[in-house]
Design a binder for this molecule. Structure first.
Ligand SMILES: [Zn+2]
Length: 286
């Protein structure tokens, strides 16, 4: 589930502890669970990162990136249940990778952990050439927080896909996931079922404003911890934005915006969408 706000929260949480630190070793803890995708093999990783410094920690779409002094970079994709931690983990049995740093007098923490209960996350050490491909425009569009209204008009004008499904296409716009797509469309008063191409200029303008409004607010709350309790920030604390959700997982409740409609759940491209048919009305098809 970690989407843009949660991954951004991870980046901000680990940055003061890890940026500028020299890597002593990278270890795979013993784990009896489904093995994680780690590329290349841990032995090769160990050889390539020995003595390297973590120069910069940043986010590309829904990945945490650790750029190293050697030019290589770790791209960590938490996917469903992955966490980046500099504190105690929710449990010890799902720790997947440990970055150990040379001790330094300014820092209390000497380890960074990747924890993943379901094990669907991925960790890749990428060369500069691989980074150009993996982070490049053929794979990922502009970051959702950097999109201009003009860019929104461009990327949405070329597709008849339902707007909710179009928002999840990372090649069009990078970083929006299933949860925040519902919240963004609700704030924009746009039906998730409208073909992207049919949005009016006014609707696109509202969407362009709603995206940073929702995502930045969620970052301020350090993300959403849903009912399964999995998502935690870098210090193993829950996020707070789940209490601010207007529609997500609120099926059957009275719409808090118009106080007339009832929140409904539909399925689009195998994912749940939550919305209010009253204030997110679908225009009659042309
Ligand atoms: Zn409503």
């Amino acid at each position: 589930m970690p989407e843009l706000p949660e991954v951004e929260t991870m980046v901000r949480g680990i940055r003061p502890h890890i940026e500028g630190r020299r890597i002593r070793e990278v270890r795979v803890p013993p784990c009896r669970c489904r093995p994680l995708l780690i590329e290349p093999r841990p032995k090769t990783i160990a050889r390539r990162v020995a003595g390297a410094t973590v120069d910069r920690i940043w986010r590309r779409a829904k990945r945490v990136v650790l750029s190293l002094s050697t030019g290589d970079a770790f791209a960590v994709e938490p996917r469903m249940t992955g966490l980046m931690l500099v504190d105690e983990a929710p449990d010890d049995s799902h720790l997947r990778l440990e970055w150990v740093f040379e001790p330094s007098p300014q820092h209390e923490v000497n380890s960074l952990w990747f924890w993943d209960r379901r094990g669907l996350g991925t960790i890749r050490l990428l060369t500069p050439e691989e980074q150009a491909v993996v982070f490049g425009p053929d794979r990922l569009g502009t970051d959702a927080l950097e999109m201009t209204e003009t860019e929104w008009r461009e990327v949405l004008s070329s597709t008849r896909t339902a707007i909710k499904v179009a928002l999840l296409n990372q090649k069009r716009v990078a970083g929006i996931g299933n949860l925040y797509a519902s919240e963004i469309l609700h704030l924009s008063r746009i039906s998730p079922e409208v073909p992207a191409q049919e949005l009016s200029r006014k609707q696109i303008s509202r969407l362009a404003n709603a995206v940073p409004a929702i995502l930045n607010e969620a970052i301020r709350y350090e993300g959403s911890t849903l009912g399964d309790g999995t998502y935690r920030n870098a210090l193993n604390e829950t996020g707070g934005y789940q209490n601010a959700h207007m529609v997500y997982a609120r099926e059957g409740e009275l719409c808090p915006t118009c106080r007339r409609g009832t929140i409904v759940r539909i399925v689009q491209a195998q994912r749940s969408t939550f919305f209010c048919r009253v204030c997110q009305r679908k225009p009659r098809s042309k």
